[in-house]
Design a protein around this ligand. Sequence first.
Ligand code: AP5
Length: 215
Amino acid sequence: MRLIFLGPPGAGKGTQAGFICQRFGIPQISTGDMLRAAVAAGSDLGLLVKAAMESGGLVTDEVIIRLVQERTDDPDCVNGYLLDGFPRTMAQAEALDEAQVVMDAVVEIEVPDDEIVRRLSGRRSHPASGRVYHLVNNPPKTEGLDDVTGEPLMQRDDDREDVIRKRLETFHAQTAVLSSYYSGQTNSGPVFIKVNGLRPIDEVKADIVGRLERL
Ligand code: AP5
């Protein structure tokens, strides 16, 4: 099972990717999580991408494409994987096509911009595992702590309102086009699944799992 998750920042890609990867036994490849780990470690990659991430812009295609190629070559990807946050530009989608990677499905989670700002300003996450919470919609069992490890939850640097608005602008300018790119591939391309992300988390999950199980 090879999957792509599309959708604006805060649509619920990371939240749903966690469920789907557990259900189908595949790794979640989140370019955002990989880049944040590099920034936190202060590696060369981290220094290279920090400014773009903090401003709500995109990291260059060249860097991202190489990062994903290296990760998908790892042995745990042999039975498939879920790409969360990649591709994000037409050049990235074309790189995937050129590598002749056969994707089974593209899942697009649709959420309007107004809801995004509310969601992202209440988001808290556990950086080591990628688990995501929301102060109101999906709170941890104990305030401020991860349910599994009990470690403190963090607020992302790019979840400030000004950066959220810039990320939304970037999404509409460079990423939204991928919806028509994949939905237009009716014959040989991946199955295109569009879901309404405004529903409660469990309903969105049941919808995605049900439609993937029918593939
Ligand atoms: P990345 O980490 O990928 O961020 P993003 O796409 O902006 O997505 P998010 O992680 O913010 O949102 P999400 O859809 O995963 O939502 P979540 O499940 O957390 O990228 C960060 C940066 O890295 C980019 O800005 C860019 O600079 C760089 N980058 C990454 N990939 C790149 C690429 N390919 N090319 C170039 N640059 C790249 O949910 C959000 C909140 O809502 C949570 O609090 C959650 O609990 C809550 N929630 C989820 N679902 C629901 C629901 N149904 N109802 C109510 N609340 C919900």
